[in-house]
Design a protein around this ligand. Structure first.
Ligand SMILES: [Zn+2]
Length: 85
């Protein structure tokens, strides 16, 4: 007896639905270093900036986010590293 043939799984090829940068998609969202609440969406729990391929931001906006996060860190709105974990 031979094992049953595997059914090929439908695999998603290419970028059917490309994730678009949320800042490009919605110009009402502002990247504000004084707003840690929205910046937190772009840093991990440990305080690291989420890379572009995960956040889906375009290069331009990712730079703005990174800059905003760094500024926010400097004025102690965001942690450099996680504390108390
Ligand atoms: Zn963008």
């Amino acid at each position: 007896m031979s094992p049953p043939p595997r059914k090929p799984r439908p695999r998603r090829r290419g970028f059917g639905r490309r994730k678009v940068c949320r800042f490009c998609a919605d110009s009402t969202i502002k990247i504000d270093y004084k707003d840690p609440g929205s910046l937190r969406m772009f840093v991990t729990e440990r305080g690291k900036i989420i890379p572009r391929r995960i956040s889906g931001n375009c290069a331009k906006h990712q730079r703005s986010v990174a800059l905003a996060v760094k500024r926010a860190r400097n004025i102690a709105l965001l942690p450099f590293t996680a504390t108390g974990v």
